[in-house]
Write a protein that binds this ligand. Sequence first.
Ligand SMILES: [Fe+2]
Length: 303
Amino acid sequence: MSNIIQVERRVSEKSENKFLSEYARITDVDNIIDFECEIHDENDNFLGYYVPGAVAEKFTEVFEYASKMKIGSDMRITSTGKNVSQATRTNVHGEKVDIPYTGVIGAFEQDAGERFRAHCRLTNFTKENFNLVYRDMMPLWNDIERVYKEKMPEDYMNQCNTADKLRTDWRFLNTPFTTVTVNNNFRTAYHRDAGDLIGKGQAWSIICTGWRDGKFYGNELVFPAYRIGFQMAHGDLLICNPHHVHGNLPRSRGERISFVCYIREKIFGCMSASEESDYGKKISEWRFFGNKDANSKPRRTNK
Ligand SMILES: [Fe+2]
């Protein structure tokens, strides 16, 4: 039986937005949680399940591989902070900020409106580093799944049932995820995750962190509406609802890697990998040859 903690919401859901794009401050937090517990809000909604050191051993084992997964950031506005210059990587005060390596491995859906990426696909990094992502890192992915199954068996089963409805092409190995966000030395500003399938009976996101040599130097994960933070030391794992505003406290030194594992909601609308690839080629040709009238646009067959 887990240790259940109830926390109270201190600001309304709407005013939670006032935190967005700001960096977390220690004054935003009353408690940094560093022990195993399940956290609910005052209405008994699930916020998170935290397990310190849950995947520490496997994270240590694969750390050098994980460290190779430095994926260039698209500098998402909210999570990088609104005051960060993309060109110089400095804030408005001219101070250097962490190089934001943040990217995605596994499956990703087409862009809204199919403007840039018309088809579902494995991300470029995944295709170019297939063995690293799926083979070398496998001990950690399996271990994350083990902890999820052990700590929240019912939710885990529900998530597996949800993932079973996906085409196998888009499953992240055999796990109940499609996609993993990889952050290396990235201090997120306050943001809400988006594009993931979250909710009771469907899926949760799982965040875990690893530190080079297992050393811990900060970067706690803060949920300001509840005035709580999670320590996120080496091998710590948090099953959570990341649609609540969250962000990191500063990191002083040491290499910190975090993975966020989840199901992308729109992947359910994807065709098979080969159909998607054909569709992507047809769209490219349609654009390239200037034949852009809507009537002649290639159509998806599964919608
Ligand atoms: Fe996040």
